[in-house]
Design a protein around this ligand. Structure first.
Ligand SMILES: Cc1cc2nc3c(=O)[nH]c(=O)nc-3n(C[C@H](O)[C@H](O)[C@H](O)COP(=O)(O)OP(=O)(O)OC[C@H]3O[C@@H](n4cnc5c(N)ncnc54)[C@H](O)[C@@H]3O)c2cc1C
Ligand code: FES
Length: 311
């Protein structure tokens, strides 16, 4: 049986009144989750518009921090005592993320969002497998909530280098039918990579759609495994971004056209970050250089997108 996904959103700027906003948002809450920081900011209009897979672009301060920094929308809250908030997860490793990790409750941060495309949602009631690596699991919590609310079964594989870098294991267990952890050092769950657990989970759950977010080599491996099994796979890429709004062409990745099979350079910030994993040109991309050799046939950044819809 073919699994149909609801088609992705058009260009994020295509619908006035539903596009991204720039807001000065108050930090409502901050907490430490293992190796990560989770920040909750009050941004009711962004929370209302946000869909799983989309991201926010946050202004940071300090030396070398002219550009905003993109972060996946981890969760939104539109109801309850702290309503109109968005959460994002930080892996503090450079000046921008370190500055954000130091923000205190009631500090103000300058946020643009929601940006980018959202994960398409299955039109049928089929089991979904969500595969996350490191902080890449962040948008999958939001996705899990939306899929579960729609009555779909959600299973998760969460991988990281070690147990400390598994994001919020307790919450991942709470919100899914099953969660399998993998760590490269074996300190939690299956020793190895997320792909080492995929076959067993797919067999046990009857997975019909796979979603992934994490480092590019992980997304490549997950996409190829999904393709081998004929399972539709949607991934959110976390490519470097300079402007985040489609202007600079920093974030391009090669995507194979569904119609013609030809590779076209697409901007991860505005055409993505969600793409069909099986349509990414993994073998001609700059993140996969076989045997350390230079890849000759990478399309130049700046190659214009052909006219017409890609779907
Ligand atoms: C869609 C998306 C979602 C993300 N979600 C998360 C998340 O949920 N949590 C998280 O921790 N991280 C996430 N990231 C990664 C996060 O944006 C980076 O970790 C962050 O920008 C690092 O900033 P830094 O100053 O701390 O570190 P640094 O690595 O020192 O700073 C990176 C700086 O270099 C610039 N830069 C680097 N390479 C390039 C390039 N090729 N072109 C242009 N500028 C470049 C960056 O813009 C930035 O100014 C996401 C990235 C994307 C694209
Ligand atoms: S980051 Fe500038 S076009 Fe995508």
């Amino acid at each position: 049986m073919t699994t149909y996904l609801r088609s992705r959103d058009p260009n994020v700027f295509g619908r006035p009144g539903d596009g991204p906003l720039k807001v000065l948002a108050e930090v409502i809450q901050r907490r430490r989750d293992g190796a990560y920081h989770t920040i909750t900011v009050a941004a009711p209009d962004i929370a209302e518009r946000a869909k799983p897979g989309q991201f926010v672009n946050v202004a940071v301060e300090g030396p070398g921090t002219i550009l905003r920094r993109p972060f996946s929308i981890h969760r939104v809250s539109s109801q309850g005592p702290i309503a109109g908030t968005i959460d994002f997860v930080l892996d503090a490793h450079g000046p921008g993320t370190a500055w954000l990790a130091e923000r205190q409750t009631h500090d103000i941060v300058d946020v643009v969002g929601p940006l980018g495309s959202a994960f398409p949602i299955p039109q049928q009631n089929v089991p979904c497998l969500l595969v996350g690596g490191g902080y890449g699991v962040a948008p999958l919590f939001f996705l899990s909530e939306v899929l579960t609310r729609a009555g779909l079964r959600v299973d998760m594989i969460v991988g990281a280098a070690n147990a400390e870098r598994i994001y919020n294991a307790i919450e991942a267990k709470r919100m899914t039918a099953s969660v399998t952890f993998t760590t490269e050092d074996g300190s939690l769950g299956v020793e190895g990579l997320v792909t080492d657990a995929m076959d067993d989970v797919i067999a046990a759950t009857g997975t019909r759609v796979i979603y992934g977010c994490g480092p590019m080599p992980m997304l490549r491996a997950v996409s190829l495994r999904a393709k081998e099994r004929g399972i539709p796979c949607q991934i959110a890429v976390e490519e470097h971004m300079a402007c985040g709004v489609g202007v600079c062409w920093t974030c391009v990745i090669p995507i194979r056209s569904a119609k013609t099979g030809q590779l076209r350079m697409k901007r991860a910030c505005i055409d993505g970050p969600v793409f069909s994993g099986t349509r990414v040109g993994w073998d001609v991309s700059r993140w996969h250089v076989p045997d350390g050799d230079a890849v000759e046939d990478v399309a130049e950044p700046g190659t214009p997108i052909e006219e017409g819809a890609d779907e």
